[in-house]
Design a binder for this molecule. Structure first.
Ligand SMILES: [Zn+2]
Ligand SMILES: [Zn+2]
Length: 440
């Protein structure tokens, strides 16, 4: 180690950080700067007796002295009876980057002055030239014990920033990610989205689950959408998100539901799980009870949320991926094209109880789903006659079972169906989700 360090410092000027970093993998518990100081002192002692006699050693001691090393400065003066001229000299490896650590910390502090956050992560983008330079140095002197400049830089900034502000460094799910872009000389701040999990119920038949942009004008606004850019003026998403965006100062939102019901279907019972993602929030410490009350007051009669808690991106994937593992109970009102007998009603219930339905992608969703045939189970079915041509059914089916098509048969694409069992057309005219059996 001493030999390598001597070889480097007799030929070029390295700051204390850059020297120490070449030996970062030797032992634990020291910063690279502390390592650098130890090596500098060892070099001065090791070569003290040659300061006067060896020109290269003399240069090395001067280089070490310029890193504010007192031992080097005093030893040089003692032996040579000469003073080392004071001149500003820049590290040939990092271009003086590590002299500016405190400036970066101060700048980041200033940038985050108004942010509401607990944890942070420091990242950096390094210019290729700095990385190449260090690679070349290591190749030239046979160094295999170093860490990267970026590792030291981000760690030191992170440590100092944490000491300065009391905020917690986090690699896993930081509230704020600070990217120091040394290529373009700027600092970018990325705020982690705020995720709120809950369940919603929907009490009206006129709003979609998510914001529905106008197809005609691509959200720009046209006569068809009454210049709103939207096909529907409200949605479950907007009713939930808008008040929360207002409170948190977020830049936008994304709605993730555990499946969805049709626009004209109610969502009753225990509600449907959802996660609302608030992007780039200014405020994270929120009062959930207050938010719940506010959303429910504004969406009164349309949507009601409950059981809301803060969650994270990982749990979100669980919710999204679980739709076929759920069971759902629907209430359907059905009309037939002809009069239906009590025997036929009983036959429907008997044939569908526990049946596995072969269901091709319904024609109405073909534009956004792949055309596949899927087997889906009907777990339970209760049917009662409500008129000459009308029945009401309560159907508990596997997640992903399309109920409207189970009833109509979708021109033979769903087998069996209410229509195929009685031999003439059935149609669902009202459909509500009355319970979602969801495994959290
Ligand atoms: Zn340096
Ligand atoms: Zn439009």
């Amino acid at each position: 180690m001493i030999e390598i360090a001597k070889n480097i410092l007799t030929e070029q000027f390295l700051c204390t950080h850059c020297l120490g970093r070449q030996f970062a993998l030797l032992g634990y518990g020291l910063s690279d700067k502390e390592r650098g100081e130890i090596i500098q002192n060892a070099l001065v002692m090791e070569y003290y007796e040659q300061i006067n006699s060896d020109e290269k050693i003399s240069l090395m001691i001067k280089n070490i002295s310029k890193c504010n090393n007192e031992l080097a400065t005093k030893s040089y003066q003692k032996v040579t009876k000469k003073k080392i001229e004071e001149e500003k000299i820049t590290c040939e490896l990092c271009d003086g980057l590590f002299d500016k650590l405190s400036n970066f910390v101060a700048e980041i502090k200033q940038l985050l002055l108004k942010e509401d956050y607990q944890s942070f992560l420091i990242g950096a983008i390094f210019p290729a030239i700095l990385i190449e330079r260090e690679d070349n140095l290591r190749a030239k002197y046979g160094i295999t014990t170093g860490e990267t400049m970026k590792e030291e830089f981000t760690r030191e900034i992170g440590k100092s920033f944490s000491d300065n502000t009391g905020k917690t460094p986090s690699f896993d799910l930081p509230d704020i990610t600070i990217i120091i872009d040394l290529k373009n000389n700027k600092i970018n701040i990325e705020k982690r989205s705020l995720y709120i999990y809950g369940r919603y119920r929907k009490f009206i038949r006129t709003i979609p689950q998510t914001r529905w942009p106008c197809w005609e004008c691509d959200s720009k606004g046209c006569a068809k959408c009454n210049f709103t850019g939207k096909m529907y003026q409200e949605s479950v998403e907007e009713l939930i998100a808008n008040p929360i965006i207002k409170i948190t100062g977020g830049s936008g939102s994304k709605f993730h539901g555990a499946g969805r019901e049709d626009i004209d279907a109610l969502m009753l019972g225990n509600g449907r799980p959802f996660v609302i993602e608030i992007q780039e929030p200014d405020i994270r410490s929120i009062n959930l009870k207050r938010i719940e009350r506010l959303v429910n007051r504004k969406a009164k009669g349309k949507v009601k949320i409950g059981q809301i808690v803060i969650t994270n991106k990982k749990k979100l994937q669980h919710i999204k991926g679980s739709s076929t593992k759920t069971k759902k109970t629907y209430r359907a009102k059905i009309t037939f094209e002809k009069e239906i007998s009590s025997e036929q009603v009983t036959k429907i219930a008997q044939e569908l109880q526990g049946a596995i339905i072969k269901q091709k992608t319904p024609q109405r969703v073909m534009h956004r789903r792949a055309n596949l045939e899927r087997p889906r189970t009907v777990y339970d079915i209760k049917v009662k006659k409500t008129g000459e041509k009308e029945i009401e059914a309560e159907i508990t089916g596997q997640g992903g079972l399309y109920i409207k098509e189970l009833i109509s048969g979708d021109e033979g694409r769903t087998q069996p169906s209410f229509s195929s069992i009685v031999g003439f057309n059935a149609k669902c005219y009202q459909l509500d989700v009355i319970r979602l059996h969801y495994i959290d």
